[in-house]
Design a protein around this ligand. Structure first.
Ligand SMILES: [Cu+2]
Length: 90
């Protein structure tokens, strides 16, 4: 469970193609916000890992409540985006 002020939280994500294969070498951008409160966090850095996943950090969820991480991935001429929605317990 996440608690407010967990400064070193991270998310590890995979990017899959239509066939379910991991996409390596993609360019990911990530923004963490509290959509209902109109604020975000400091910049989220994306680091590719050797196993084909990507690590998003730092994710500084400094308040309890509803958070959203919006992720956009670009690989060649393909791009896609998704949101991870979750609550930080108070
Ligand atoms: Cu807030």
């Amino acid at each position: 469970m996440l608690v407010p002020g967990e400064a070193l939280a991270e998310e590890i994500v995979e990017v899959l193609d239509a066939g379910g294969n991991k996409v390596t070498g993609a360019t990911l951008t990530a923004v963490a916000t509290m959509p209902t409160m109109n604020h975000g966090t400091s910049e989220v850095l994306v680091t590719p890992n050797a196993d084909g996943t990507y690590t998003l950090q730092p994710l500084y969820f400094f308040m309890a409540g509803f958070w959203q991480t919006a992720i956009h991935a670009v690989s060649g001429t393909q791009e896609d985006s998704t949101n991870f929605d979750f609550c930080v317990a108070g």
